[in-house]
Design a protein around this ligand. Structure first.
Ligand code: UD1
Length: 416
C-alpha cells in the first residue's frame, strides 16, 4: 500500500491549476450511455474512479478511450444491460449507470455498492422514484434488476435532496415519454453540469441548480462535446493547504460561484483571499481565526466534502471552532489522525469542537476515506517534522497528481 512521506512546516507558494470535477465527470460518463452516439468529454480528471467508469463503459460495449484529459466514448453498440458486481463494487457512484441503462435499454441490472468508509449509502430514494416512474424492481440479495418496459414520466418528490438520486432519475427520465418533474432535487453545480451535457446530447432538461428539475424523454440522442466544470473540492483542499502552511498561492481554473459557503467561512476566519475571474489568490501570512460554527448541508450550504480539510485548517486557528456534520454518519474518521499530530479536537456524535493550536507535529497516520485522507495530508504539510500518511488508495480516487501539484508549490512530499 502506498504512503506519503511528508516533511512539513514549509509554506506553499506559487500557482496550481485545478482539474475537472470528479463528482461531475462520473455522472456525465454514465450519461454517455444514453445518447447512443459519440460523446467527447474534455477536462476529465485522471482518477482511479474515472478509469473504473471507463472499464464499465467498455464492458457495456462502448468504444471508450481517455487521453490527455479527454474521453471519447461511442455508445452506439451496447452489448449488455448489466454491470457486474466486481466493477460495481470498485466505485460507489457506479449506481448512476442504472438510470442510464434503464433509459437506453429499458432494463438494467447492477449489484448494490453497499456501505462505504463514510457511513451507510442506501439507494432507497433512487428506487422509490424509479417505482413512481413505473419501473419494476427486483432485489435479490443486493442484485437489483430493473424492468423499464412500462416506464413513464412522473412527478417525483425526493424526501432528501440526494445528489445521486437526482442524477439517476434525470438519466432514467431521458428514456421515459413525456416530462418528468423532480421536486426537492439536489442543487449542486454537478447537477447543472449533467443538465448541460444532456442538453447538448439532445434532451430537454431544465431547472437544474434550483430545487425543481424537468426532463423530457426522447429517442433522439446527438453527438456531444462537453467540458467538465472545475473541481470545487480540490480547490478547497489546496486553499486550506496554502493557508495552513502560511503560504501565498494562486489557484487557477476555479469557479468561485460554486464555493460561496466555503469562501464565506474563510472570510469569517479573516483569510486574505482575492477572487479574480477563475483565479483564487490566497495569502496565509496572518494566522487564521476560528470559525464560530460550520454545519454541513446540501448545496448551497457548506459541503460535507470540504468539512475534513476545513477542520484541518481550524486545528491551527486562533480560538475554538464547532463543526456539525449533517450529511454522512461516519465522516470524522480523520479526527484521530489530526489528534495524533497534536490537534485539540473533541467529538460527540456528529459535532466536533476544535481548539486551535499554534503548531502540529509530524506523526504516522492512515487515510480512512478520500477527503479525510486529504485533510491528513495537508495537516502533515503544516506540521513540524516528518509525517507518514498511509492508505493512499483513497486519496487517489479524488485527486489527480496530488503530490506533484503540492510539490509544484514547494511541498516536501514523496510517495513510497
Ligand atoms: C454525492 C457525492 C459525494 C458527496 C455527496 C453529498 C458523487 C460521486 N458523490 O454522493 O462526494 O459527499 O453527494 O454532497 O457525486 N441517502 C439516502 N437514500 C438515498 C440516497 C442518499 O438515505 O437513496 C442519504 C445518504 O445516506 C446521505 C445523504 O442522503 O446521508 C446524502 O447522499 P447523496 O446526496 O445521495 O450523496 P451521493 O450522491 O452518494
Amino acid at each position: 500500500m502506498s504512503k506519503y512521506i511528508v516533511n512539513g512546516n514549509n509554506p506553499l507558494n506559487g500557482k496550481v491549476k485545478i482539474h475537472g470535477a470528479k463528482n461531475a465527470v462520473l455522472p456525465v460518463l454514465a450519461a454517455s450511455v444514453v445518447s447512443g452516439r459519440e460523446s467527447i468529454i474534455h477536462n476529465c480528471p485522471m482518477l482511479s474512479d474515472v478509469s473504473e467508469s471507463m472499464e464499465i463503459l467498455k464492458f457495456l460495449g462502448c468504444d471508450a478511450v481517455i487521453e490527455g484529459g479527454t474521453a471519447v466514448i461511442n455508445s452506439g453498440n451496447l452489448v449488455t444491460d448489466e454491470v457486474p458486481g466486481e466493477l460495481m463494487l470498485k466505485m460507489r457512484s457506479s449506481v448512476i449507470f442504472l438510470g442510464a441503462l434503464i433509459a437506453r435499454c429499458k432494463s438494467g441490472k447492477v449489484t448494490l455498492p453497499g456501505g462505504c468508509e463514510i457511513g451507510p449509502r442506501p439507494i432507497d430514494l433512487h428506487l422509490k422514484a424509479f417505482k413512481e416512474m413505473g419501473i419494476e424492481i427486483e432485489d435479490r440479495g443486493g442484485i437489483i434488476s430493473c424492468d423499464g418496459r412500462n416506464m413513464k414520466s412522473a412527478d417525483v418528490h425526493l424526501d432528501f435532496p440526494s445528489v445521486g438520486a437526482t442524477e439517476n432519475i434525470m438519466l432514467a427520465a431521458t428514456g421515459a415519454k413525456g416530462v418528468t418533474k423532480i421536486t426537492n432535487a439536489a442543487r449542486e453545480p454537478e447537477i447543472v453540469d449533467l443538465q448541460e451535457y444532456l442538453k447538448k446530447a439532445g434532451f430537454m432538461v431544465s431547472g437544474a441548480g434550483s430545487d425543481t428539475v424537468y426532463i423530457e424523454g426522447s429517442d433522439e440522442g446527438k453527438r456531444t462535446e462537453h467540458c467538465i466544470i472545475p473541481d470545487r473540492i480540490e480547490a478547497a483542499t489546496f486553499a486550506c493547504a496554502v493557508l495552513m502552511t502560511r503560504g501565498k498561492a494562486e489557484l487557477d481554473n476555479v469557479c468561485p460561484e460554486h464555493m460561496w459557503a466555503f469562501l464565506s467561512a474563510l472570510k469569517e476566519c479573516g483569510a486574505d483571499i482575492t477572487i479574480k475571474n477563475d483565479t483564487l489568490r490566497l495569502d496565509g501570512k496572518k494566522r487564521i481565526k476560528a470559525v464560530k460554527h460550520i454545519r454541513t448541508q446540501p448545496y448551497p450550504g457548506f459541503p460535507t466534502d470540504m468539512q475534513s480539510v476545513f477542520m484541518s485548517l481550524m486545528t491551527l486557528s486562533d480560538g475554538t471552532s464547532v463543526v456539525t456534520e449533517n450529511i454522512f454518519k461516519d465522516r470524522f474518521r480523520h479526527v484521530d489522525g489530526l489528534v495524533r499530530m497534536g490537534a485539540d479536537i473533541v467529538t460527540d456524535g456528529n459535532v466536533a469542537v476544535i481548539r486551535g493550536r499554534k503548531k502540529l507535529s509530524g506523526a504516522t497516520v492512515s487515510a480512512n476515506d478520500l477527503r479525510g485522507g486529504a485533510a491528513l495530508t495537508i495537516a502533515a504539510l503544516a506540521a513540524e517534522g516528518e509525517s507518514v500518511v498511509d492508505n493512499l488508495c483513497y486519496i487517489d480516487r479524488g485527486y489527480e497528481k496530488f503530490e506533484e501539484n503540492l510539490r509544484l508549490l514547494g511541498a516536501d512530499i514523496q510517495r513510497k
